[in-house]
Design a protein around this ligand. Structure first.
Ligand code: DER
Length: 228
């Protein structure tokens, strides 16, 4: 599809940002998967010596398949560059992430990185966040109260089901539940982030504020570099 071509284009551009010897955070989702695959080609060709840590078990499996050496989490580990997708990004490079259910590890790795680079097809850039529902990772025991608290904030929470088996709930790599919140256009993302993170049982939310340093966004088949 043309959208997948865009994802491949953004991923290819991001591979150029990787330097020999880097520790690289490996994102999750279809765009990040293209990045991991193309990065693996350069590693196997001996063009790049890098190591990485993945933001999901799915990306970890892919990284292994394509030959990217992985490092386990350890004290003091920081990444020179993390490349990851987004569900939405605004001109300030605030992001909504979590469509792939990996928002917790994505935020952990992005926060442990000196530079987070977003890769996005043309559908992701918006003037204001909020058309895409905001994902939350939630501890199962807390679910009813979290749903009440999010509803009280006007978030219209929906428990995510497993797309392969709709009779089951979706789970994160940590075994927690995923809840998608429909707040509508978000006028004050900092305020909302602060309201969500204090709700007991919400492990993490999908608002990435002030984390990404740049985004490579495909627009009219060109790569646009967005820096806030
Ligand atoms: O779940 C995530 O945060 C992913 O990065 C997602 O936002 C991007 O997915 P895509 O690259 O498949 O569109």
């Amino acid at each position: 599809s043309h959208l997948d071509q865009e994802k491949q284009h953004a991923a290819r551009a991001a591979v150029q940002w990787v330097r020999d010897g880097m520790l690289v955070g490996l994102g999750t989702g279809s765009t990040a998967a293209h990045f991991i695959t193309q990065l693996g080609e350069k590693v196997r060709a001996g063009e790049l010596r890098i190591q990485g840590t993945a933001t999901s078990l799915a990306s970890e499996n892919l990284a292994r398949q394509v030959g990217i050496p992985l490092v386990e989490p350890r004290r003091g580990l920081r990444f020179d560059l993390t490349v990851d997708g987004a569900d939405e990004l605004d001109p300030q490079l605030n992001l909504i992430k979590g469509g792939g259910g990996a928002l917790l590890r994505e935020k952990i790795i992005a926060t442990a990185s000196d530079y987070m680079l977003v890769v996005a097809d043309s559908s992701k850039a918006v003037a204001q966040l909020g058309k895409f529902p905001l994902p939350l990772e939630v501890v199962p025991f807390a679910l009813p109260w979290v749903l009440d608290a999010v509803a009280d904030l006007g978030g219209n929470p929906v428990l995510r089901i497993n797309r392969q088996d709709p009779s089951k709930q979706a789970h994160s790599d940590q075994g927690n539940l995923l809840v998608d919140c429909h707040f509508g256009q978000l006028n004050d993302v900092e305020k909302l982030a602060g309201q969500l993170i204090v709700i007991p049982g919400i492990v993490e939310h999908g608002l990435f504020l002030g984390i990404a340093k740049a985004a490579l966004v495909v627009r009219h088949d060109q790569i646009e570099v967005i820096r806030p």
